[in-house]
Design a protein around this ligand. Sequence first.
Ligand code: ATP
Length: 507
Amino acid sequence: MANQEENLKNIIGHAKEYGFVFPSSEIYDGLSAAYDYGPLGSELKNNIKQYWWKAMVQMHENIVGIDASIFMHPTTWKASGHTDAFNDPLIDNKDSKKRYRADVLVEDWVVKIEAKINKEVTKAAKRFGEAFNEAEFRATNPRVTANQEKIDSAENRFKTAMDADNLEDVRQLIVDLEIADPVSGSRNWTDVRQFNLMFSTEMGAMADGASTIYLRPETAQGIFVNFLNVQKTSRLKIPFGIAQIGKAFRNEIIARQFIFRMREFEQMEMQFFVRPGEEMKWYEYWKEARMEWHLALGIPEEKYKFHDHLKMAHYANAATDIEFDFPFGFKELEGIHSRTDFDLKQHEKHSGKKLQYFDPELNESYVPYVIETSIGLDRMFLAILSNSIKNEQLEDGSSRVVMRIPNFLAPCKAAIMPLTKKDGLPEKAREILKTLQMDFNCQYDEKDSIGKRYRRQDAIGTPISITVDHDSLEDNSVTIRDRDTMQQERVAIADLSSILFNKLKLK
Ligand code: ATP
């Protein structure tokens, strides 16, 4: 645990020191759960967006993008269920005065019991060696089955209580499971209350006509209300998708863990419209496709896993999370939901407008079913950052901090460095910069020794450093150094552009 905290602290420190992420309004001691992206952070964020947009929109003939407004007609949220049901069950500890989400307390308890089971399995695997049959062991070992029964019964009881809005029993479950405040160890809990996560504000002049509107808590509704506009203008045939990247706002009960849980954040969402009855096929398709998108980054597979949520959102009939192994353990990075025809039907009901698709092959109109993929841009940013920052011991006994970020996501692609600040080397370096900066985000760096400059570029993940020396003036060649291997190579200036293209392209 101490190690995990240390690790997160290092990431936050690194992000601040190199201009990736700053606390919001820091000169006023910051604002909880709000962060600002600095020069390198905004580059990285843009690159992640581009990777998602390319994969989702440009590489699919049947997926198009939109950019809807944050403010929407207030009835939108009545129809979508957010006004009445976008709640989290909150509970306070009377001794520590800390506030928690009741569902998260139960989930963390489940993870603890699962860890006990896994420990038994690992022990047995060692004892039995090659002959070990894990499935049989899990099904028959009395300690394992007893713990599994405990989990199943707690999960069932939680789900039943939530479905029936029986908050007293949610509290009783926490008491019965002997769940203690993770900070203080106290079991002195208040009642469980529902808390709506939407931010509200007034639109227009404050006079009588002013009406309460909400900052959108998800980008999805902007897609649903535009469903027919987009389908008709883009002449799309089912199955098709509409994608969007944009800000969302949630008044989260607890906002810890850096940019993992913010009150203002960014989502990359895609709603895929399908024939009723075909949703499970497409749900499976998108589960696989989204995992492939993640793995294409070259981040180890064991950092990801699927997790079916205990508490299904009010609109879903199947839901899974892609979890990532963050510095504080496996947590949701992306959600994939089968949203049925809930949203479109609700908007039909509340607007009085038909939101149906005429299927020429079936010769009938229907309200499509929807599969949603929804990933938090900020969480993806944290996943990339936490997986890339490495403290490496080098052969010569020294060490370096390096960001081993996938090259095509690197905020700065190449650093151009004159060996010295005189003899025409800066001019030559700037000439090279000019030829590259149209296609690649580059930095010009002439300060400090070349070794220090390399370290600085390593720390921000720049894939290539280009050094201009006295020979460059004669032979029009430069030395390039690779961030990961630290190998150096002499190349012609005329080849730099194609070398960079090859090194940076997404495979
Ligand atoms: P959690 O259970 O962690 O609160 P959620 O299940 O409410 O998340 P969704 O409603 O499925 O989240 O939202 C889709 C995605 O948006 C999430 O997978 C996550 O990446 C991102 N997201 C949601 N809430 C936040 C937040 N407060 N800060 C940053 N990203 C968020």
